[in-house]
Write a protein that binds this ligand. Structure first.
Ligand SMILES: [Zn+2]
Length: 408
């Protein structure tokens, strides 16, 4: 499955791309935004951790900003939702409808609508992105891009839910500009681009505790590498718009969600071993957030979101023999998010920054993944293009009219 198609759409998107950092250098500084995606962050798991004081950094963001649920799309999964968030269009419109599209792993050549980073780049905003799902092969931006989940490589030929190292990437570029790859290998190391593949049922049988512990330590290694990468990029390559993402939380939840014996798919030898494994991912994420917060001053917007939540299997999965396996049909899965009704597994949204209301709770499902791109454009004073289906989340701003040419 080599990618043959020339990404002609990308060149169309980026025709007006300014030379890196030059065009706007004389104008006044643009807003700075750090956007952090946490794959499948589940508020049911987060809330007890906040109460116990185990996520002090996220707590501080909540106190100083706006937060709530984020409505997602139907049957949500990572490429489907992220591409909706990138473009503020329906999956059928942007073309990345799932992990596989027409039998081929979702990739950026399939994207039929213009992503927000392309619009920002064209407007002269410097853009930096790392580990964002569904950004492989990388696209040219006014800055840099390092791909994330769905990157193909050695022992990860289809790129689905597996972890190639930077040096092992195949079938496309994982770093833009290409010259940055050697620099990253030298200064950050040969990091894993995505989270670890979940173990197969056959590998677990009889060695459950050992396999679980080994898997969790690999996940922690990957997180440490990602933290080092983020720290390096934020320090040595600061950009006006920076988009970073984490994927290990969701991966852990699928098979180590802390379920009880009455839940569908419960297996004591797996699910009774490390009940804290999934909550611990968020405690670990909070530390990553702490290192990102060091780069957030009073003039920086920080937006954290998840593309969807994740919940234990439901009564209607009990009779489905495939429900307990991931799409490769090898891993025992006890929690998922691709429920037909996306409202069963809303994502979450946290925003803090200049002019953003403090301690504001967003009620209901009024904010959606479609609204993130229009809100980003609003912050930069860029008019929302007509194909975008979302809206600016004006309710989070103290004075929503100050920055943008709002479209009537
Ligand atoms: Zn998932």
């Amino acid at each position: 499955m080599v990618l043959k198609r020339i990404p002609f759409l990308l060149s169309v998107f980026l025709l007006a791309l300014p030379v890196f950092g030059q065009q706007q250098s004389a104008s006044k500084p643009k807003p700075r935004v750090i956007l952090v995606g946490v794959n499948g962050m589940e508020l049911d798991i987060i809330r007890p951790l906040l109460l116990k004081g185990q996520m002090p950094n996220l707590s501080s963001v909540i106190e100083r900003g706006a937060y709530g649920k984020l409505r997602t799309v139907s049957a949500p999964n990572c490429p489907r939702v992220y591409s909706t968030l990138f473009t503020s269009t329906n999956p059928e419109e942007h073309g990345v409808t799932g992990f596989l599209v027409g039998g081929i792993t979702a990739n950026t050549n399939m994207l039929k609508e213009e992503p927000v980073w392309s619009m920002l780049s064209k407007s002269g905003v410097t853009v930096g992105m790392a580990n964002v799902p569904a950004t492989f092969p990388v696209m040219p931006v006014n800055g840099y891009m390092i791909s994330g989940m769905l990157t193909r490589g050695k022992n990860c030929e289809d790129g689905v839910l597996c972890a190639p190292k930077l040096s092992e990437v195949m079938g496309g570029e994982a770093v833009y500009p290409k010259s940055m790859q050697a620099e990253l290998l030298k200064n950050v190391g040969d990091f894993y681009i995505d989270c670890e593949r979940m173990p197969a049922a056959a590998d677990l049988k009889g060695h459950e505790t050992e396999v679980i512990d080994k898997w969790l330590s690999k996940v922690q290694l990957i997180r440490e590498q990602q933290t080092k990468l983020f720290e390096y990029l934020l320090t040595t390559h600061p950009t006006e718009f920076t988009f970073l993402a984490q994927s290990c939380e969701d991966r852990t939840g699928h098979w180590l969600y802390p379920i009880t014996p009455f839940n569908v798919g419960y297996n004591a030898s797996i699910n009774g071993v490390r009940m804290d494994a999934f909550p611990d991912q968020y405690v670990a994420f909070d530390k990553v957030l702490g290192s990102i917060l060091k780069h957030v001053d009073e003039n920086t917007y920080l937006i954290i979101f998840s593309d969807h939540g994740i919940k234990p299997l439901r009564e209607f999965e009990e009779k489905d023999p495939h429900a307990h396996m991931d799409h490769e049909k090898t891993t025992p899965v006890i929690a998922k998010h691709d429920f037909a009704d996306g409202d069963d597994v809303p994502g979450s949204f946290f925003a803090v920054g200049p002019g953003i209301k403090h301690d504001l709770r967003l009620m209901g499902l009024g904010a959606s993944v479609y609204d993130v791109a229009p809100t980003l454009l609003h912050i930069y004073g860029i008019e929302q293009p007509k194909q975008m289906r979302g809206r600016v989340l004006t309710e989070i701003f103290e004075s929503p009219d100050t920055k943008v040419a709002v479209k009537q």
